[in-house]
Design a protein around this ligand. Structure first.
Ligand code: 5GP
Length: 199
């Protein structure tokens, strides 16, 4: 049986050229707070019993989910900033990721006061594709001497390899919806949980 997010993807998401799933009307532009809350509660359920001291994401599209996840865990949330937005002289942890949607390398930073050595950090994002964003965040968490408690995403594009690599590297990854395949020309989406095709 499909969960609420998988069903919403099948019913409403649009497949765009370049292997992009467009969910602008509830996740990436307009934000449906009720859906984001359900995603956060589902991640809380899946990470039940895992100690989390802090939630970390990347601006901009991870922020809405990360805020809600931080709220249900009752911990602080910090988002990595893209380097062009830097206007601080604070010492920073820096990393870089090839941006899947913008097709360019993006420099990222988190100011040092916002991750502490020894903390258990839950990494949260809207999408997981090749894993570039997740690994850049993991890199900065490790620079801080903190530990990765897990990686929680709303939508994993399972065929793109990021999830496989994270699991192989031993990270606890939870994805509320996993897409096994999608096709722009025919507007087909196949969810991991159900071998069913829909537009
Ligand atoms: P990765 O770094 O895992 O290759 O890609 C993850 C990042 O790219 C996410 O932070 C997300 O913002 C963006 N992204 C990747 N695939 C998609 C997609 O199909 N749709 C949207 N809207 N964003 C995506």
């Amino acid at each position: 049986m499909l969960n609420f997010l998988e069903q919403k993807i099948l019913d409403e998401a649009v497949v765009k050229p370049g292997d992009i799933l467009k969910v602008d009307h509830f996740l990436n532009h307009q934000v449906d707070v009720a859906i984001i809350r359900k995603i956060a509660l589902e991640l809380k359920r899946r990470f039940d019993g895992v100690k989390v001291d802090r939630v970390v994401t990347i601006e901009a599209s991870g922020i809405s989910i990360a805020i809600m996840v931080a709220d249900v865990f009752q911990v602080p949330m910090v988002f990595a900033k893209k380097a062009e937005t830097s206007n601080s002289t604070d010492a920073k942890y820096v990393s870089r990721a090839f941006s899947y949607t913008h097709r360019q390398v993006t420099d990222l930073f988190i100011s040092r006061p916002y991750i502490h050595a020894g903390e258990k950090v839950l990494i949260v994002d809207d999408f997981l594709a090749d894993g570039q964003a997740a690994y850049a965040l993991i890199d900065m968490v490790h620079q801080a001497g903190a530990e990765v408690a897990g990686v929680g995403v709303a939508i994993e594009k399972g065929y793109q390899g990021g999830g496989q690599k994270l699991r192989a590297d031993g990270y606890h990854l939870e994805s509320v919806a996993i897409i096994d395949a999608m096709d722009c020309e025919h507007q087909t989406i196949v969810l991991h949980n159900q071998d069913e095709t829909a537009s």
